[in-house]
Design a protein around this ligand. Structure first.
Ligand code: SF4
Length: 73
């Protein structure tokens, strides 16, 4: 795997968000749809506790690049 393509997982116990940095096209959809969770200026940039599981899943589904995916725990 390209060292620039970092893969990280964030979970709240109900859903796990998988982030693959190399796929992100910086559309900003995630930040617009759910700014309480997706905060690119912060570290870690995904605050998984910031919104409901349902809203997180909805947001991840709107990622156009596949950089964000999820699975239910
Ligand atoms: S929605 Fe997906 S492609 Fe767009 S900025 Fe977020 S992670 Fe990157």
């Amino acid at each position: 795997m390209d060292p620039e393509n970092i893969k990280k997982e964030y979970t709240n116990g109900e859903v796990t968000v998988v982030w693959q940095s190399g796929k992100c096209i910086h559309s900003g959809n995630c930040v617009r749809n759910n700014p309480d969770v997706f905060q690119p200026r912060e570290k870690p940039w995904i605050k998984i506790e910031g919104s409901s599981t349902e809203k997180i899943i909805d947001t991840v589904k709107k990622c156009p690049s596949g950089a964000l995916t999820y699975y239910e725990n």
